[in-house]
Ligand binder design. Structure first.
Ligand SMILES: Cc1cc2nc3c(=O)[nH]c(=O)nc-3n(C[C@H](O)[C@H](O)[C@H](O)COP(=O)(O)OP(=O)(O)OC[C@H]3O[C@@H](n4cnc5c(N)ncnc54)[C@H](O)[C@@H]3O)c2cc1C
Length: 352
């Protein structure tokens, strides 16, 4: 006989851990499955110099504050250390090096098919983030390009780009930060579809979280939202981006229509040679393992009411950003999302 758990959480990054915290408080019988060998989720793969957007005191999971950092914004390794200590502190049951390939459902029991066998549960939380689903646009001629091409998901540092002609593509935070770093060792052009938009210098991740919270509360109460209307997707002026602005390297060359062997063809028809392209063009959601139980759009978005799937009972999705709960893809924002998700699950388990 196989054990039937109350809940299986898929993904042991920050979102999976926050859910684990609340499942434990509810005294539910649960297990977290994670494909990585080590703790840290997507932070394990971030580039070497990546830091948080907010100070440590505003970047905490439920229950335990992130320890203060010597740096204004904690370093990638400090985030990994925090996540590793967090799961130990709360003795969260995690099995690593387990990839969930597929889920099926029968008589309100989920059968979770993994690289290490089959697990059973009454409810599922998908918390698999985005890192496993990098997006590169289908540009005409992309397959003919002979130079180096990497996605920001796999960028580590500027070392491999020394003395190369580099093109960075994408107008978000990754694009701006990678232009800032690579332009210190070589010549870089920056391709963006629209002019890059920056947040004011004093706006950090914590400020953005408060704006998102105020917006959410206003919408819930049917009130107009009048706070300073910052686009939450605009570039945050972290110290390396401020420094690059001073050096005058944050200049967009516009967009290109097609690519060929060693070059891109800009929208005005001119050609320019590049040795390497770094695609900072974002991510879809890593939800393909849900394909047998729910439908998803081309980006991996599943229909939900906040984090609860609407096509099947017993499935929740946490930490994927605004469609599963405002600011839920951040350390500070996952708290509310995880708490509500686990409260709903507790209620669901009492009813079935
Ligand atoms: C430039 C940049 C700056 C950022 N700055 C901040 C910031 O300042 N503050 C902040 O809070 N966030 C920040 N983020 C976002 C943050 O890195 C991610 O949103 C966060 O890691 C999401 O956490 P998660 O737990 O939902 O997903 P992840 O960290 O990706 O964890 C998901 C886990 O699920 C596992 N997994 C995936 N698929 C499967 C499967 N099929 N089976 C088993 N396991 C699976 C993965 O291996 C991974 O361990 C930033 C991101 C970028 C790109």
């Amino acid at each position: 006989m196989h054990e039937i758990l109350d809940v299986i959480v898929i993904g042991g990054g920050q979102s999976g851990l926050a859910c684990g915290y609340y499942l434990r408080r509810h005294k539910l019988n649960f297990l977290i499955l994670d494909k990585e060998e080590k703790c840290g989720g997507a932070w394990l793969h971030a580039w070497d110099s990546l830091t948080l957007f907010s100070p440590a005191e505003h970047s905490s999971l439920p229950g335990w504050l992130m320890p203060k950092s010597k740096n204004l914004f904690p370093l990638k390794q400090e985030v990994i250390d925090y996540l590793c200590q967090y799961e130990k502190r709360y003795e969260l049951p995690i099995e690593r090096s387990v990839t969930v390939e597929n889920i099926t459902s029968e008589n309100k029991i989920f059968k979770v098919h993994t690289t290490k066998g089959i697990y059973f549960s009454k409810a599922i939380i998908a918390a698999t983030g985005t890192w496993n689903n990098p997006f590169i646009p289908k540009i005409k001629g992309i397959e003919t390009f002979k130079g180096i091409q990497i996605h920001s998901a796999h960028y580590k540092n500027a070392e491999q780009f020394k003395n190369l002609n580099v093109l960075v593509v994408g107008e978000g935070n990754s694009g701006a930060q990678i232009v800032a770093e690579v332009s210190k060792v070589t010549t870089v052009k920056w391709s963006t579809r629209k002019p890059p938009q920056y947040l004011p210098d004093e706006v950090d991740g914590f400020y953005l979280f408060n704006v998102a919270t105020a917006k959410y509360n206003a919408e819930k109460e049917g009130k107009p939202f009048n706070a300073a209307n910052y686009d939450l997707g605009n570039i945050v002026m972290v110290p390396p981006v401020k420094e690059a602005r001073l050096r005058g390297v944050l200049i967009s060359s516009g967009s290109f229509e097609s690519m060929y062997e060693n070059c891109v063809i800009w929208s005005d028809g001119t050609k320019e040679d590049f040795d390497a392209i770094i695609w900072c063009t974002g991510f879809g959601y890593a939800t393909s393992f849900l394909k047998n139980i729910v439908s998803a759009d081309e980006r991996g978005i599943v229909k939900t009411e906040e984090s609860k799937a609407t096509e099947i009972s017993g499935l929740w999705l946490a930490g994927y950003g605004s469609w599963t709960g405002y600011a839920s893809a951040t350390l500070i924002g996952i708290n509310r999302n995880a708490k509500q998700t686990c409260n709903e699950i507790k209620e669901y388990l009492q009813q079935i």
